[in-house]
Design a protein around this ligand. Structure first.
Ligand code: FE
Length: 175
């Protein structure tokens, strides 16, 4: 009886871990297929970024609430990574959270963002980084509005805003 129970338990555990592995594989496979990682030396990042951008994107610091240029921005357009230019968020997903940081209900593309457990400062949070350059963007919380219930709380300085008219202009120029 004990042997049967152990066999059943083992089967259940291997089934669960294999489905978890498959999910992880799917995620990394889709990320790999769409996003090519950008790896630069620390010296290069220091040259490319402003001191504030470096502190946030490469050191994981947080800008002061209500201090950034984009938390109250209501213009239509795209939010790109200030480190590498990857399209991270769109204005359609931006909402007024009152927190003092730009807040979004979803990324422009799930593969553009990577999530990491962050247990610093005695808190259990989920850090979000740019999937291409690994730059620290902010955190995602589960107290957001519908439809996702998520709140991507992002540092202004980690983002570059491109107004919609300029996006259209850039796309036309590529054709
Ligand atoms: Fe980036």
């Amino acid at each position: 009886m004990l042997v049967v129970a152990l066999l059943l338990l083992g089967g259940l555990m291997s089934c669960r871990s294999s489905s978890a592995n498959q999910a992880a594989d799917r995620h990394s496979a889709s990320s790999r297929s769409t996003i090519k990682p950008l790896r630069l030396s620390d010296a290069t990042w220091r040259k490319r970024l402003t001191p504030m951008q470096y502190d946030v994107l490469r050191q994981g610091h947080t800008e002061r609430a209500f201090s950034g240029a984009l938390y109250a921005n209501k213009r239509a357009g795209e939010y790109l990574c200030a480190g590498c230019g990857l399209h991270l968020f769109s204005s359609a997903a931006k909402f007024r959270s009152g927190t003092g940081w730009p807040s979004f209900t979803r990324p422009a593309n799930a593969a553009a963002i990577s999530e990491h457990a962050d247990n610093s400062y005695g808190m259990r949070r989920v850090e979000v980084r740019c999937a291409r350059c690994g730059g620290h963007l902010g955190h995602v919380f589960t107290d957001g509005p519908r439809p996702t219930g998520l709140r991507y709380c992002i540092n202004s300085v980690a983002l570059k805003f491109v107004p919609r008219a300029d996006v259209k202009h850039q796309q036309a120029a590529k054709r």
